[in-house]
Design a protein. Structure first.
Length: 47
């Protein structure tokens, strides 16, 4: 929080970061390599 001078800026950053993390977080440790690649390609294709 030290880098953000206003709470509003921190909240905006955290909101965007959470959305991006949820979109690209594919739980790599739970899926095999082929499934991971398919999901990653689909996520990148939606941008």
């Amino acid at each position: 929080m030290l880098r953000f001078r206003q709470m509003k800026t921190l909240q905006k950053f955290a909101s965007v970061h959470a959305n991006v993390h949820n979109h690209f977080s594919l739980e790599r440790h739970l899926v095999d390599r082929v499934t991971y690649r398919e999901r990653r390609s689909a996520a990148l294709g939606e941008r």
